[in-house]
Design a protein around this ligand. Structure first.
Ligand code: PXG
Length: 285
């Protein structure tokens, strides 16, 4: 059965799901998006994802032409049409079709696209044995240029860091902010553990407020761990006992080496594994 895509109010076959070459989403990366998981037939933290989408849109002066409730219904309809019990939703709102020229206000109406499909970001082996990463030389966007809290259609900052990672023979890179503090990975948030305490940078250090990050922080606290949001340096990463990344696509993945520095005993750590198990219990529960 052909994949059904929700496009501006209608479910259409994948081959008919097309947008205009004059859409400012394509011309300028002008728009916002979300990546959402479906676990055991349920859209994971849908409300949180939709709130974040609306806040990203607000920051860009982009008015989403339907209500949050209608968007929720459209997501459910798309998931059902594609018969998914586990999978991944890509929700996109573009600025819409306009004229050549930056002015977003020439665009008549934002377009809404909902894709529901499957995703596997990394090979299972990396989840079992941990992943090697590098520090990127690409500084995360300054909050006064393109705030990293906006999940926009312009991911070039992250893509440049991703290219650097791939050139170095790994799949992820840590990005630092303009002050030299840890921001995030190219599509994931960062956690380290030192002396049984869990640390993650505050979002103001240059990251997206990850939904997976929030869920893992909540789970960790419930399990009795102390979770501290504070600025982290490259040294903090190098000397961590455990290190992991969180994200909708990556879920929870242990990091075992960064820039040639081995983390812990070169295997995903005990607390990382515990949090990963508890995360999946929560997601599928
Ligand atoms: N930082 C950035 C820059 C992201 O794009 C996260 C952190 C983690 O946030 P969530 O809410 O997902 O826990 C993201 C989200 C992909 C892909 O294709 C990446 C994300 C989402 C969907 C797909 O690599 N990252």
């Amino acid at each position: 059965m052909a994949l059904k895509i929700w496009l501006d109010g209608k479910l259409v076959d994948k081959k008919d799901a097309t947008v205009s070459v004059f859409d400012h989403g394509l011309l300028y990366g002008d728009g916002v998006f979300e990546g959402i998981r479906i676990y055991s037939g349920k859209v994971f933290m849908q409300k949180e994802h939709l709130l974040r989408l609306w806040e990203s849109a607000k920051a860009l002066r982009l008015e989403i032409p339907i209500s949050i409730e209608e968007m929720g219904e459209a997501i459910d309809e798309t998931v059902k049409a594609n018969n998914l019990t586990n999978g991944y939703i890509r929700l996109i709102v573009t600025r819409g079709t306009g004229t050549l020229g930056l002015n977003p206000f020439t665009c008549a109406k934002p377009s809404i696209i909902i894709i529901a499909d499957n995703i596997k970001l990394y090979p299972q082996e990396l989840y079992d044995n941990g992943m090697k990463i590098i520090s990127s030389s690409i500084v995360r966007n300054h909050p006064l240029s393109l705030p990293p809290q906006i999940k926009s259609l312009n991911y070039l900052n992250n893509i440049l860091a991703k290219i650097e990672a791939i050139d170095a023979g790994v799949l992820e890179a840590v990005m630092f902010n303009h002050e030299g503090f840890v921001a995030e990975a190219t599509g994931d948030n960062i956690f380290i553990i030192k002396n049984e305490i869990i640390y993650t940078p505050p979002v103001q250090s240059g990251s997206l407020q990850g939904i997976t990050r929030d869920a893992v922080m909540k789970i960790a606290k419930k399990e009795g761990f102390k979770v501290i949001e504070q600025n982290l340096t490259r040294f903090d990463l190098y000397t961590a006992d455990e290190f992991f990344l969180t994200g909708t696509a990556a879920e929870v993945i242990g990091i075992t080496e960064i820039d040639g520095r081995v983390i812990g005993n070169a295997k995903p750590g005990r607390i990382t594994k515990l949090l990963k198990d508890k995360f999946f219990e929560f997601a599928n529960g």
